[in-house]
Design a protein around this ligand. Sequence first.
Ligand SMILES: Cc1ncc(COP(=O)(O)O)c(C=O)c1O
Length: 434
Amino acid sequence: MQIPFEKSRALQQRAKKVLPLGVNSNFRFWGDDITPYVAKAKGGYLWDVDGNRFIDYRMAFGPIILGHSYTEVDAEVHKEIDKGVLFAMTGELEIEVAEKMIAMCPGIDMVRMACSGTEATMHAIRVARAYTGREKIIKFEGMYHGFHDHALWSTYAPTEAYGNPNSPIPIPSSSGIPRKLQELTITLPFNEFEIFEKAIRREGYQVAAVIVEPCMGNCAAILPQPGFLEMIRQKCDEYGMVMILDEVKTGFRIANGGAQEYYNLKPDLATYAKALGNGYPVAAFGGKREIMSIIGHGVAQGGTYTNNKPGIAAAYATLTLLQTQPILDTIARRGERLMSGIKKIFDEAGIPIIFNGYPAMFSYAIGKESITDQRSWNKTDKELYLKIIDELIERGVMPDHDPREPWFLCFSHSENDIDCTLDAMHDAVKAVLK
Ligand SMILES: Cc1ncc(COP(=O)(O)O)c(C=O)c1O
């Protein structure tokens, strides 16, 4: 690091004595002496403890859709917490949040709140198993649905470990995940129509749910090939499997109605977190009345904090703003300008670049071949990608340090921020090629 970084280094040393890796989530550890420690964030900016200011494109891994410390959201939270933070009983505001979600998201008849995306997908999988009376789950390689044991398979492993694409090997992404769960887990490469079809023909009637992110939000935002999500929908109907659309990253970001609106698609269940509360701890899952109605009738779901007031108030304020202002259109316009500016810089530098994702949440990879799944993404030039990111960070622009993580935009990113980012990108690419 060429920028002042002494305070971050010192905090890392101190933190490592009391927190494993010196952080509270493995993804936040970038490495020794390069992991930033944060002082504050406002709007589209983040400041580290050394006083360096960054245009933030991590947006806390996606939740910040309006801007950090957004005045209207924080005001609603302050107003509500004055009346109490947690009752473990039901209040009117959470009913209004559910009503708003149902109005905004096609295909959602009922919802239940949760506190994190991990919880939301865990509950959705439980409900799908209970509804179908089956136990197997299909998930796609490179997709991430949170930290619970039921979906943390074939997420980050080197793709060489996944075996032949026609008969993939489910790889647990951590020690401590019971091996026995492998019997219940089918992992498949994304966007492979024939492989999906064969797997369904083989095992479809034992499968409770197909859980799928609309795009690979945890692997370079790889988009679905036209017809792939629709094929999942159709096979779920044919074989009685529950389609769980994991909208934790896409929900309330790529459209007010998320990927369901964007792709005109109705899953059986969908999961939400992140942009739902502009950074406050709130999540939800919801879907068809027929499926959701089994909750409470022999099907367990709940949690002490599932309607925590800060989260519910933040969701109420965030959804109200999304419903009443052209927020996502504005973000999309700025995102498009950023994407085309980056493409021009790479084209002029003669570096082959492939874009994926949506303007509010996009990724690029360095390579010539198109990428459609984690296996093909693995062949792209991650080393060069990271060198450029390091140069960008030195110049006050901070996407995540992991090439799989998309760039996230928020409503507070201004046209001027986009210009400054493109200037920094121009200089970063030049510095790397020197
Ligand atoms: C698609 C998806 N699902 C689930 C999760 C887990 O959410 P959380 O970190 O809130 O537990 C994430 C987190 O990044 C995600 O991207």
